[in-house]
Design a protein around this ligand. Sequence first.
Ligand code: 13P
Ligand code: SF4
Length: 435
Amino acid sequence: MPITSDTSPLVVLNLPDPATGTQVQTCSAGLDDGPWEHDAEHGYGPGASIADRLPQDAPRQGLIPLEYRRASPAELDLRIRAARHALGERVVLLGHFYQRDEIVQYADFVGDSFQLAQAARTKPNAEAIVFCGVHFMAETADILARPEQAVILPNLAAGCSMADMADIDTVQDCWEELTALYGDGTDANGRAPIVPVTYMNSAANLKAFCGEQGGVVCTSSNADRVLRWAFERGERVLFFPDQHLGRNTGVAMGIPLDEMIVWHPDQPLGGNTPEQLRKAKIILWHGFCSVHKRFTVDQIAMGRQRHPGVRVIVHPECTMEVVNAADEAGSTDYIRKAVQGATEPTTFAIGTEINLVQRLAKEHPQHTIFCLDSIVCPCSTMYRIHPSYLAWVLEALERGEVLNRITVPENIAAPARIALERMLALAPQSQAVAR
Ligand code: 13P
Ligand code: SF4
């Protein structure tokens, strides 16, 4: 395979697109391998977050049996359909928008992370919820599902590098430093000095921390509503792990940039002075998504030059500069609805994960839809869910064997549920798409 250029730290390769036969540029050499080629390695594997640091205790996926690794797409399709048919209503399959089409086709519900959290509750009689997404989503489903329901993540290596950027010990250390500085008294309006808000893309114990400390969870589809909730209860917000979603939401709410500061967990006071911290309205954890970090203002300028009148929509995990240069920013479901709602043929440049962009392009041939980043670079961990793993867990379920169950212990699930319920109680949102 010819290496055509280097975009540190990713190697860019020309590969034939299996769908069209044309050459496309893709970001990692391993993307044409089965994900199991990477199961034994310590890392996120090929894709946008390949260079991010995986925590030592991140779950590992053991090698799945050879019969699944060797099976052709046609054989896997037959086996998955047969297992699903045999299992009937005993199983519900959830798929995030970033999953590959070969997986999305089997999902009972497809949605963004908020919608899938809700969908996890819509089939209380199903014995198992097979979550085709990433680890924090499966944990959330387990927290919200009935205790008897087993939540299954087909590949345990499907984590999230952004979620891994905040861990409970480091967040607790930060909290201690902040409460020592701010004290624990309330202001004249009865508000606490600080309220923790965690993005859905975080471990269950961080959601539990928020539940215990009067905080809440948010997703990219409700971050503004959640932040308003938090400011009714606190003078400031500690927002983790995604600095960009926090900053973009703060900007949209009119919070000045010098009142949003970044907490660097490896530095005393997060690298800030006590004065900066006292003035701050939002303290942003130093986390980011490697997929959305790839989008740039230059790509938008290029898109506008080549396609006058193009409508640029990006996910709010992109940097503030990119969000400011775009026409709109919103969650994956916002992006889907914007495309679906366009009544005239429109050109869209989209800044989010490639699987969703390519699916939208296929489903809406009346529009011209392209990804802002011309290099195909999927989320490394969403990529880990492949039909081979799905066939493996479904056929095991059919035999009565539960593989890859994600269980959040009740001492963590109970406070995490409080933080999630606070979010769910805020105004209703749209539902996941039932297929
Ligand atoms: P949504 O909340 O829009 O589904 O996004 C989830 C995610 O992981 C984005 O990177
Ligand atoms: Fe995590 Fe980014 Fe992948 Fe979403 S796209 S799961 S935030 S690494």
